[in-house]
Design a protein around this ligand. Sequence first.
Ligand SMILES: [Cu+2]
Length: 470
Amino acid sequence: MTRRAGAVLVAVLVASVSASCGGSGDETSAAPTTATPATAAPATAAPATEPPSTPPPTTAPPTAPPTTAPATTVPEPEPEPDPDQVRDAATLQAYVAEAASFTQADTAWLLPDDLDPSAGGAPGMTRYVFRETSAGVVPTLVEGPIGRQVRCQDPDLPCSYRDLVELHASGDPIPDALSITADQLGALVGQLDTLAAFAIRHAEPDAACAAGFVSDAIQTPNMGSHFHRARSFLDGFDPGAPEILIYAPSDGSLVNGPLGYCAGDVWIGPDLSLVGTAFLLPPDVVGIEHPEGFTGDLDNWHSHFNLCRGNARGRDAFVTRAECEAAGGSWFDAIGWMLHAWVAPGFDSQLGVFSMWNPTIAPVADPDAVRAARQVRGSDFPDGARQSLITNFAFERTLTVDVGQSIYFNNVDSVPHTVSAGTPDDPDLASFDSGLLSPGDNWELPTSEAGTFSLFCALHPDMTATLIVD
Ligand SMILES: [Cu+2]
């Protein structure tokens, strides 16, 4: 879901007396897990702000005092309300009322505490992915890190398994972007070699069946079909013993439907090739924070939420629990921390050994095309814009852009927010105002003048930030 406003000029904020709408309420900030079901209305976000050239109302509010000078015997009247202030106050109150009707789906979903969003942004570090369902917008994925990680999903960087092996063997300088020392690289390659040896021992799906792995029967594009071994979940993280082996049809096809199954030690289904491995660590084994994992910071873990697996069509679906179970799917409130590791010969991922998607797996595609298609920022991310996440009930405290550069806000929180000009005590919505941004909504704020500006969220007065345009 993305939404973009029309062009909005950033005007110099006009100093005005304090508006009466400060502290516009925090009614909507209840923890998502305690929300009650109702008619979630993510698509009803307010329209884009009016351009600043819109003239203020010309008629005074009904309560306005007479504009003629009072007689000297009459007590001095209240100052006449500024029409801009009256309008802003009404708008802010409308946002609060509208946001109060927003609820998450009635699902018991689990999100990691203490997510650090500081590294957020394209192409996706810590962030939520939201999906719209018939019951509202729900988070379906969160990606690591908690703590420091390096996303190495650039085909130009040596981050595939084979690249890392060759880099280690060469003794060449390690690109700074990998943020890894030579010793750490050696340790990582050693771990991956151990993993690759495990993978090769299970090159045939029969070997996986014999070892107790169970097929999920679902072939995910650019990923394959996951065979998991439940008893491995209990062991914690062992780089040489992944919980999951990943296979895909050897003919390169993308099967649209149930893939097959293990009958004892024998795979019944299309001819499969091993394409990769994955790790799955349930929170009740490793805790809510994602595991330390592999040496270095290249391993980007993720966790799924509100996921319906394996319905009759052999595809994951984003539906409610009731709809999932009615369709014969398996429902997961939350799946533990997961990590792909592409170490199978012939399926080296140029988006990195730990990438979410592997362009060598059906449907085979150019790495850049796969990466572009999977970026969090969406296809309408404006060229040259600065991306800024709204998450954990906070803006980035200071946003700095060049004159003319726009800011692209992404609401990756679980509740609505707004990006509104001014402060809670002194709003100036005529300068800019996003309207309600539901979870997953994006909003672009162009800039046209140098200056320092304040912005705030109409729903959460603690959410303020400074915008520096220079
Ligand atoms: Cu807010």
